[in-house]
Design a protein. Structure first.
Length: 93
């Protein structure tokens, strides 16, 4: 059985790969378990967790939230779910 310390790097690697498909950037913040996701439209989302794998995603109000922001948010949430499912369903990868 994998521990959280094993799952987090695996999740981060897989999540980065998924975000690249949408030309989004993932930046680790100084505080542990905090990340910033920047979309090509310069939208910023904050991703964090207290108890992995319960990942939270929050839109950071930087400018005007538009329809494209919603598209990116749905894609990012989908990527989070997909990555979590992938690492949880593959216990010995």
């Amino acid at each position: 059985m994998k521990t959280t310390s094993d799952l987090v790097p695996e999740f981060e690697k897989l999540f980065r790969e998924k975000l690249q498909l949408n030309n989004c950037k993932l930046r680790k913040k100084r505080q542990e378990n905090n990340y910033e996701i920047i979309t090509p439209a310069k939208d910023i989302f904050l991703m964090y967790w207290c108890e992995f794998p319960e990942v939270n995603l929050i839109y950071q109000h930087v400018g005007v939230r538009n329809q494209q922001t919603g598209v990116y948010e749905r894609a990012i949430r989908s990527h989070i779910s997909s990555c979590l499912s992938s690492i949880q369903n593959n216990p010995d990868s």
